[in-house]
Design a protein around this ligand. Structure first.
Ligand code: UD1
Ligand code: CA
Length: 449
């Protein structure tokens, strides 16, 4: 069955005072992307007809993060009810269910969004549907008040609640579906008679109920409905997301030897029979091919690792690292904006930046591509089956031909032809017996006791 056409309005203008941050709350990342981006991705699963995001003045970072979706500016932060009003222009004429979502509640599942949208609107649906949940422990969520028949009559904020109302276990997640036919008429009736003197979106429930409009509750789990108001709650949400990403990775056929010590990004792709050892961090934009192995204490970001490659322990793959089939990147090797061909090896202590390394090439310990002159970046090209001896500096731009050998300790600033040997080292001098006479002299010079 196709989804009912819905619209989504995301409220993200709040300052997030409790985060104590100079950045808008919805820009704080979960699994490597702003929390508002999580919400938008889930909303997209419902193929909404319209999506708009309410931001505060000057929140350009949020506007950029949510593009191409339009933003509506809430001129003054007068509360969630006032924020929803700012969506009027974008939602004008839309009569179907409008999902109103809080930007700080980013883990809502598509299934819950569908359920709440499905319970709203024409054909026996309610005018206002609220997603409720039962949070554990003490909390400040609004309480869902019902009448004797169990119908939702109002939402009361914790600050405005009576002691009896505070006993109510079922709380407001913030997610609602409101019929587009009634949304703005109801919003216009909200007042500010509450503890904070704000326009509360939650008042829409009592208004609808009072006017004989149907209200309803859809219940879901706390893990997807927790609101993020502080850094501590951000960390709890991150843990929830990580648990889900790890489970998904393992279900997809990757082994995570110690799942809780592996940190994944929202878009990490792990192929079949990939093994990830304990303590590995994946930043955004990483794809790992089948049978590859990522060993402990490696950090990967914006990198592609082909099938059967072995990374780490202690490797760092930065954006643009493209590691070929069966290649090896070992301990204390950093790769940035560089391609390693099939079977190439950089096993120890190297920096490979802005480079192309041919298939089968061997990069010795301590090889450095000197890619930056303080102004520009330059490329190093290393040919197929080339051998770079240990402790070599490759001063880019420079090309090492296929099959060439560079002697250990060389500083290479000029191109090396295929199959040639390049050696750049001061000739070694040897003085026979020098050490013995040195020791004797020093011994003789020592003061007698
Ligand atoms: C709100 C609900 C509460 C619910 C809880 C769920 C109200 C009055 N209360 O409380 O019932 O249990 O969420 O997490 O709605 N925002 C604006 N403009 C504003 C104020 C807020 O855009 O002027 C946005 C914020 O960016 C945020 C969302 O609305 O994403 C919720 O605001 P917040 O202040 O966090 O509400 P809570 O106090 O958590
Ligand atoms: Ca909140």
């Amino acid at each position: 069955m196709p989804d009912t056409p819905v619209a989504a309005l995301i409220l993200a203008a709040g300052l997030g005072t409790r985060m104590k941050s100079t950045h808008p709350k919805v820009m704080h990342p979960l699994a490597g992307r702003p929390m508002v981006a999580h919400l938008l991705e889930t909303v997209a699963a419902l193929t909404p007809e319209r999506v708009a995001v309410v931001v505060g003045p000057g929140m350009d970072a949020v506007a950029a993060a949510v593009a191409p979706h339009p933003v509506c500016v809430q001129a003054e932060r007068l509360g969630t009810g006032d924020a929803a009003k700012a969506g009027r222009g974008e939602l004008d004429g839309f009569a179907g269910p409008v999902l109103v979502l809080y930007g700080d509640t980013p883990l809502v599942s598509a299934a819950t969004m569908r359920a709440v949208a499905g319970a709203c609107g024409a054909g026996g649906g309610a005018a206002v549907v609220v997603v409720g949940f039962r949070p554990a422990g003490s909390h400040e969520y609004g309480r869902l008040v019902t009448d004797d028949a169990g119908v939702l009559t109002q939402i009361v904020e914790a600050k405005d609640a009576t002691p009896e109302q505070l006993e109510i276990g079922l709380c407001n997640s913030g997610l609602m579906a409101i019929s587009g036919e009634h949304l703005f008429a109801l919003l216009d009736q909200i007042g500010t008679g509450n503890d904070k003197g704000e326009y509360y979106l939650t008042d829409i429930v009592a208004l609808a109920y009072g006017q004989g409009l149907k209200t309803a509750i859809v219940e879901a789990e706390e893990t997807e409905l927790m609101g993020i108001n502080s850094r501590a709650e951000l960390a709890v949400a991150e843990a929830v997301v990580q648990t889900e990403l790890r489970a998904r990775a393992m279900a997809g056929g990757a082994t995570l030897i110690d799942p809780t010590s592996v940190w994944l990004a929202h878009d990490t792709v792990l192929g079949q029979d990939v093994t990830v050892h304990p303590n590995v961090v994946f930043g955004p934009g990483v794809t790992i091919g089948d049978e590859a192995e990522i060993k402990s204490f490696s950090h990967l970001e914006g990198a592609t690792v082909a099938a059967g490659a072995v990374i780490g322990p202690y490797a760092r793959l930065r954006p643009g690292a493209d590691i070929g089939v069966g290649a090896r990147v070992g301990n204390f090797v950093e790769v940035k904006n560089a391609t390693l061909g099939e079977g190439a090896k950089a096993n120890h202590l190297s920096y490979i930046g802005d480079a192309t390394v041919g298939a089968g090439a061997n990069i010795g310990a301590g090889t450095i591509t000197c890619n930056y002159d303080g102004f520009d970046k330059h490329r190093t090209k290393i040919g197929v089956n080339a051998f770079i001896g240990s402790n070599t500096a490759l001063v880019a731009p420079v090309t090492i031909g296929d099959g060439a050998i560079v002697a250990a300790g060389s500083t290479i600033g000029r191109d090396v032809a295929a199959d040639a040997l390049a050696i750049e080292r001061a000739p070694q001098e040897e003085k026979p017996g020098w050490a013995t006479s040195f020791r004797q002299q020093r011994q003789a010079a020592k003061p007698k006791k």
